[in-house]
Design a binder for this molecule. Sequence first.
Ligand code: PFF
Length: 464
Amino acid sequence: MSEEIRTSIHGQWSSRTAFILAATGSAVGLGNIWKFPYITGENGGGAFVVIYLLCIVTIGLPIMVAEVMLGRRGRQSPVNTMAALAAEEGRPAIWFLLGWLGVIAGFLILSYYSVIAGWALSYVFRTASGVFEGATADGVSSIFTEFVSNPESLLAWHTIFMVATTIIVSRGVKHGIEKAVSYLMPALFVLLIILLFYSMSTGYFLDGLNFLFAPDFNKLTANSILVAMGHAFFTLSLGMGAIMVYGSYLPKETSIAKASMMIAVADTLVALLAGMVIFPIVFANSLEPGAGPGLIFQTLPIAFGQMEAGVLIGTLFFLLLVFAAWSSAISLIEPAVAWLVENKGVTRVTASVWCGMTTWVVGIGSVLSFNLWSDKTWSLSLFGETLFENKTFFSTLDGLTANIMLPMGGLFIAIFAGWLMKVESSKKELNTTEKGYNLWLFLIRVVAPIAVMVVFLNVTGVIK
Ligand code: PFF
């Protein structure tokens, strides 16, 4: 392939910073602020956080480097990138299926992601209306319970979020994302710091820190290790081609390793900050850390109701959360849209509308999971280990994508980039120091794939 062909037909980022911003926009989202605190609460705190951080460094980072590298080398949608790179490296064409695994995972994730983003959107208005002013923990909780029990209203918010996402995606990568993210991410960060001061004033800050950072490894189960690893993939947007497709719009000169490191650090900081904000509020109000997906909606409004200028800060906070979710949602659907444009000859607009509609329909299942279908659950055990327990439609999709499909995608990415791609190809593409390259090669060849496999085998009861 000549260098000329190696520019994506979908455009290119204007600079390295633009890529970092867009990829950070993809990484930082509901995963950091909504999901990280609630799964940490459900899985007992500190020890879970330690495993999560370990996974970020030893599995997430090397796979992120690999994914960006494959994307930049292939310069197409993940499906076509994998096909082209397999051909280039003399490997079987079947590797294009890895791209498809990602496309499907992206659809499934976005379908429920949009429902939760809809909650955040409705909380922008709810907070602005002042209902949380002076509200008790019980009051805040019942507002949430009442809200999610109404399928029509959840459906309406899900619809608004999906339509907005479709519109942005249809306009293409270069318009919008870069600029929006460069203002909104720092603003979100500032608001989290303001909230951190509130949490410090609750008198329960240390209890929160203790819960988050003091590990009690007795609390770890095989399943919570799987959830921690799955979340490392989810929060960094790895294993499904989102970061690969963003890598395909990356100019040649950029250092992939440095960019990946910055993205991972920013992402992790936001998650830890969110945890440090939320758990003191949980303990100050005698709430349950394991309250589940409603956790931030049942804790943060208490803070907004009590603090100075809480209506303004709270409204802004949820607004920024919606934007963070939006910039992630865009990347969830981009692999599919890029593929449709490349292979079906349709315009970006048509491709976006089709993808948006399909995702919206699947999302209805998640809307109903919190009300009409909340008792429609199922469980699954394998070799005496419980793999799925009392899963609704929503939690099935979440578990299947984050804990199985993304790590599986990541495993194959590691195998392809580490073992099947020629060393000279990856070395040339990464263009980093000898030491840095060797470290990456060791992590991607040995550490990451073995870690993922061990966690998989452990949770299925094959190894103990
Ligand atoms: N990383 C996003 C978050 O933490 O909210 C979610 C996500 C985006 C996951 C894109 C996967 C992905 F490809």
